[in-house]
Design a protein around this ligand. Structure first.
Ligand SMILES: [Zn+2]
Ligand SMILES: [Zn+2]
Ligand SMILES: [Zn+2]
Length: 387
């Protein structure tokens, strides 16, 4: 990629934005938050190193590293062999802030600030004051647009109609300060031009993730995620949900780290089990309703209200009504109908375990694992971050 840029008197924000958006578009990521480290790993002559590793390697204290690298946050260095290294302070406890620092240094690299000045190190002392100022502003702008691209924020907005800084902070893993900047940018855009949505081809890569993230709810009883539009929990039949809405997103995000997965059976496109859940018979046609070997009903349908536990042959199930909404079949893990809360044919036939039993089993299994394997994710709240 060849670009002809020369140093001007003012920051080129449009350029910084277009490079940031191109980077997001071509980085082969589909989930948020965007991994800046993965982007860096994909650039052959760019490397990343922690301050603590630099200190250890050169036998320096952290204060000496700050002095040596001329920054307490991070910096971009060009080695004599043409390789670039991003150093970042990994002792900063605010994750959003260190992500911003790394994105900022990546900005210096991709905006070719080194080439523009022919300097190997972009420090305050090696650049003129105005050069330094322009580069800093461009790199900050780049970082903000890379971490939380407006077209992706807009995709959340389509689902929620409104958004807060906390939503951006959690969905995009930025500092609170950066999230506030984004909110201001969106407000300003609306006031100045009445624009409510920007499109960019990158949206296609992330739309499935964002729609799932913004249109689901978490059952607080059994801890499973389900589509917002469904009324009852398909696992526990409860209605105690926490929705992913702009008002509740922070707690939704935090609660979601406890998500559970319950067992289920693989279904074909006609919602029939591909292997009989009871006897293991694999000689099944795509659309048959019951296994010819053991008589088990292999389509998971809503049966509505049924007597406690079945001792009945599959004809009882065939003839039972259900609510009809799931007549084309429910998912292979559904114990209950998400539309009416009725029992499903899989659960009625005792093909699926009750969620309580399964939860207990999973918790027991987790307890026997060493600590590092348990999936307790901790998220440090951002506060007073730099921008
Ligand atoms: Zn549930
Ligand atoms: Zn069977
Ligand atoms: Zn139903």
């Amino acid at each position: 990629m060849t670009t002809c840029r020369s140093i001007t008197n003012s920051p080129d924000y449009a350029y910084a934005q277009s490079i940031a958006y191109d980077t997001v578009l071509t980085c082969n990521q589909k989930n948020l938050p965007i991994s800046v480290k993965k982007i860096i790993r994909d650039i052959p002559n760019l490397h990343i190193q922690k301050y603590t590793s630099f200190a250890k390697k050169n036998d320096l204290t952290l204060d000496e590293v700050y002095e040596e690298l001329d920054s307490e946050e991070g910096c971009l260095w060009m080695r004599k062999d043409g390789q670039f290294i991003i150093f970042y302070n990994d002792t900063v406890s605010n994750i959003g802030r260190s992500r911003f620092t790394i994105a900022h240094e990546l900005g210096h690299y991709l905006l070719k600030h080194n080439e523009l000045t022919k300097k190997t190190n972009l420090s305050r002392y090696s650049l003129s004051e105005s050069e330094y100022d322009i580069f800093e502003k461009e790199a900050n702008y780049f970082a903000k647009r890379l971490l939380a691209p407006i077209p992706l924020v807009d995709t959340y907005l389509v689902n929620w109609e409104t958004i807060t800084a906390e939503c951006i902070e959690f969905a995009f893993d930025t500092s609170y300060t950066v999230a506030l900047h984004i909110i201001n940018d969106i407000d300003k855009r609306y006031r100045n031009s009445n624009i409510v949505r920007e499109h960019h081809p990158m949206v296609n890569n992330f739309i499935d993730f964002i729609n799932r993230d913004s249109q689901t709810k978490l059952c607080l009883t059994c801890k499973t995620l389900q589509p917002t539009k469904e009324k009852f929990c398909k696992i526990c039949s409860g209605k105690n949900f926490l929705e992913s809405a702009y008002k509740t997103y922070t707690s939704f995000y935090l609660e979601r780290t406890n998500e559970m997965k319950y067992s289920g059976f693989k279904l074909n496109e006609f919602y029939r089990a591909t292997t009989c859940p009871k006897c293991g018979n694999e000689q099944l046609t795509e659309t048959q309703n019951a296994c010819q070997v053991c008589g088990t009903n292999i389509m998971n349908r809503c049966l509505g209200e049924m007597p406690e536990y079945p001792m009945t042959p599959s004809e009882t199930i065939q003839s039972s009504g259900g609510c009809g909404q799931g007549q084309y079949g429910l998912s292979g893990d559904a114990r209950f109908c998400p539309f009416c809360g009725g029992i499903t044919s899989f659960y009625y036939q005792r093909l699926l375990k009750s969620w309580e039993d399964e939860k207990e089993e999973q918790e027991k299994r987790l307890q026997t694992l060493p600590n590092s394997f348990s999936n307790n994710t901790s998220r440090v709240f951002a506060s007073g971050a730099t921008n």
